[in-house]
Write a protein that binds this ligand. Structure first.
Ligand code: GDP
Length: 535
């Protein structure tokens, strides 16, 4: 495959994730996006050596039960801005899911290492909520540009200016609305296009089941049709222009500003505008730097990074489904790639794209695309796969855990198996494993981003290693990075305990933030670094 072909494929691709708090409308928006674009595939599965088809179908059963269209790790759409029928080289859009709700885990953050842009979806009535804030901090840390979507504009909520103020004041991100809604929250009539000055009027469809028809009106026609609502939108737009809150591509890519769009995912209002903004402003996939600082361009030979590994629920087999994001080159079904961490070959014999109930063969994939690998026993999040020349990308940082529990084996003679099981969970990145001399090896402390991970760990240790364990929550709620010098003093403090993580990092756990603040004040010389990510 020539590098021109790869360059062309890369240019038309956009890979993004939606970051939001539960209930803001991520699933509804995902469906609305699928309605506006043509769905190509869901992240397929590629078998490793000795792969069995049944693994995929087991997985499928689970996904079907949970609602196939929104639970997949990645969905791929094709979309042409402006005219959905334009056939020549539509854009290819990859939407990578950020697991949330009860399955909020380190994976939720890791997904953000696989995307080039994020859509921050907020509820018009609620504004910024905790989970959105956490995910936003990861985007900021990784330099991922963010498009802001204010959803549920068909329901009563705050005013545009209130929402803009909240975002700029709380997180220092300056929203630059591309459109201003005509009609207050709860009375969503259409959008004033700030760049053309025109009015896009939306029509409701029964139950919001179809793409909302749009009518394009001039400013004069809009003034006549919408009266005061139009005047108010014009004034808001002018005020924003005076404040300098117009889109600026460089500032957007630098994470300083955020194009803003008002939507109703339920009525399909503003969804096309969101897709257009993604195509117009979100960056296409780029090359990456290796761990030794060597740049791999998107048109170089194949390489990919594993960003998520799921254990199959089939307890009689230790199945793993690993998802990789392609960084460079073309992926072809049947290719034998090398696993950088072990140097071993990994066969990708059966490539499958999964769409609804039908499975079709995936033949090729390009940078920005996500491919699932079945029976990927050896793969862990952060691992690199490549075709020569060799390359290894930097590991995915671990994220600040907020839940801490001690794990104990209940049968003494299973200790060796227990140790193996804990190491396996650690290597797979299911939880972070912390140890110290006082607790010893028999009761390590597990640290996680979401509490569901503890259940996953005990269930998997039972199913895969036949070891019974007890998990006991500890009274800690936050961690800070510290060092050898600070450790003894910290250990003397009440409500604090120091551990070593398996990657060598020294972490101090605190009962609560007041305890931490008190210690920081009393002992300003101690090293206590926040742990958003270990980059
Ligand atoms: P998620 O938890 O972020 O995936 O949110 P869902 O997509 O499941 O939506 C949560 C609830 O909000 C559901 O009852 C949706 O029907 C509703 N919802 C989502 N988007 C909109 C919207 O634009 N307008 C209104 N009125 N309701 C919405």
């Amino acid at each position: 495959m020539s590098s021109e072909v790869i360059a062309r494929e890369v240019k038309r691709r956009r890979t993004f994730a939606i970051i939001s708090h539960p209930d803001a409308g991520k699933s509804t928006m995902t469906e609305a996006l699928a309605l506006h674009a043509r769905m190509i595939s869901e992240a397929g599965a590629v078998h490793g050596k000795g792969g069995r088809r049944s693994t995929v179908s087991d997985w499928m059963e689970m996904e079907k039960a949970r609602g196939i269209s929104v639970s997949s790790t990645a969905l791929q759409f094709s979309y042409s801005p402006g005219d959905a029928d334009a056939a020549d080289a539509p854009n290819v859009i990859n939407l990578v899911d950020t697991p949330g709700h009860s399955d909020f885990s380190e994976d939720t953050y890791r997904v953000l290492t696989a995307v080039d842009a994020a859509v921050m979806l907020i509820d018009a009535a609620k504004g910024l909520e905790p989970q959105t804030l956490k995910l936003f901090q990861v985007c900021r840390h990784r330099g991922i540009p963010v498009i802001t979507v204010v959803n549920k504009w068909d329901r009563p909520g705050r005013t545009p200016l209130e929402l803009i103020d909240e975002i700029s004041e709380r997180i220092g991100l300056i929203p630059t609305p591309l459109y201003v809604p005509v009609g207050i929250a709860g009375d969503y009539r259409g959008l004033l296009d700030r760049r053309t000055g025109d009015y896009i009027h939306f029509e409701r469809t029964a139950g919001g089941a179809k793409i909302a028809p749009e009518e394009l009106l001039t400013a004069d026609q809009a003034a006549e049709r919408e009266g005061d609502a139009w005047v108010a939108a014009r004034e808001e737009s002018e005020l924003l222009a005076e404040l300098g809150q117009d889109h600026d591509q460089e500032m957007f890519l630098a994470g300083q500003t955020s194009p803003m769009i008002f939507t109703s995912a339920m009525l399909n209002f503003g969804v096309r505008q969101l897709l257009d903004a993604l195509v117009e402003f979100a960056p296409p996939p780029r090359g990456r730097e290796s761990i030794d600082g060597v740049e791999r361009a998107v048109t170089d030979p194949f390489s990919a990074v594993v960003f998520k590994v799921q254990a199959g629920m089939d307890t009689s087999h230790r199945d793993r489904l690993a998802y990789m994001r392609i960084v460079s080159g073309e992926f072809e079904r049947g290719m034998v790639v090398t696993h950088a961490q072990t140097g071993k070959p990994f066969a990708t014999k059966y490539a499958q794209a999964v769409f609804g109930r039908d499975r079709s063969t995936v033949d090729t994939a390009f940078p920005g695309d996500v491919v699932g690998l079945v029976n990927a026993m050896a793969l862990a999040p952060g691992d690199t796969l490549y075709i020569d020349p060799r390359i290894q990308y930097p590991p995915i940082p671990s994220f600040a855990p907020e839940h801490f529990s001690s794990l104990r084996v209940t049968t003494a003679d299973k200790y060796k198996q227990f140790r193996k099981a804990v190491d396996q969970m650690d290597a797979e990145g299911v939880v972070q494993v912390l140890r110290n001399d006082v607790r010893g090896d028999a009761s390590p402390v597990l640290a996680a981003v979401g509490p569901m991970q503890f259940e996953v760990v005990t269930a998997r240790i039972k199913a895969e290693f036949n070891v019974d364990t007890i998990i006991e929550p500890l009274g800690y709620s936050l961690a800070r990075r510290t060092d050898e010098q600070s450790a003894p003093e910290l250990n003397r403090q009440r409500g604090v305990e120091v551990f070593t993580r398996s990657d060598g990092a020294i972490l101090a756990l605190f009962s609560d933030k007041w305890r931490l603040q008190y210690i920081e004040k009393e002992h300003p010389d101690l090293l206590l670094e926040p742990l958003v990510a270990a980059a």
